[in-house]
Design a protein around this ligand. Sequence first.
Ligand code: GLU
Length: 302
Amino acid sequence: MTSAGRFAPSPSGELHVGNLRTAMLAWLFARSTGRDFLMRVEDLDRARAGAEEVQLRDLEAVGVTWDGVVVRQTDRAGFYNAAIERLTAAGLTYECFCTRREIQEAPSAPHAPQGAYPGTCRNFSTAEREIRRASRPAAIRLRSETHEWTVDDRLHGPYTGAVDDFVLRRNDGVTAYNLAVVVDDGQQGVDQVVRGDDLLSSAPRQAYLASLLGLPVPEYAHVPLVLNRDGARLAKRDGAVTLGDLAAVGLSAGEVRDMILESLGLPGVPLGDALDSFDPARLPRKPWVWNGHHQSTLRKGA
Ligand code: GLU
């Protein structure tokens, strides 16, 4: 099986400089270690018509290339269903009929981590389950046998996080992100996961699930996000943050790529040429603050 890294965008809109920076880092990590680089569109949820095309075009414009065809999660229901069936056969799932409100209002289980599913539906009898089934479609949850799990992260070191009975399939039938990502990474031979550090707290759940499915746990590197001037995660509303917006204020894709590389302590050059200078040990550990228009004016005046 191949050894690969990947980028897995959700096609919910245009990518902003933070997303592009994460993609470039994932590419640099993969290519500098001789790995393939895969592109997977996570379109199970929040997909917007036309977004995928623009995202892929913008990724190519900053030098992020990929091997093989683009994979879409909506084409992969068979893999997700098979994984849920295997877990179910092993007694590791259960049906959950709770509404969001019921979950919020239920007393939390003793020793359970904050925000964990309180276990309301975990031990229903067959008769109770049948009554509930008549009133509401069930979500499928993992019957977790642990409260926490530890992963090793290239930038964060050992990281221990909560594992609860998280959802594998939502009650509208949509496969949940945590299940899809684990099945896809395992099935596609992804052994290196580089993504924003907002997802670090999901890694223990995913690594635990991989271990239950007999899949190898990938190497993780959760990279710092890009923040706006107020210290919040960069978002579309923060002004000119996509390649399209930035082109309108006079910055080419190459110039944006160079700014991103420089923010990483790398030379502003075509992405492939930055490989020689790329050293994970020397990456900034702090978020990059995007100063918006100010930054683009400075750059143009330079
Ligand atoms: N699709 C997720 C996102 O765009 C990324 C998932 C992942 O990299 O594991 O936030």
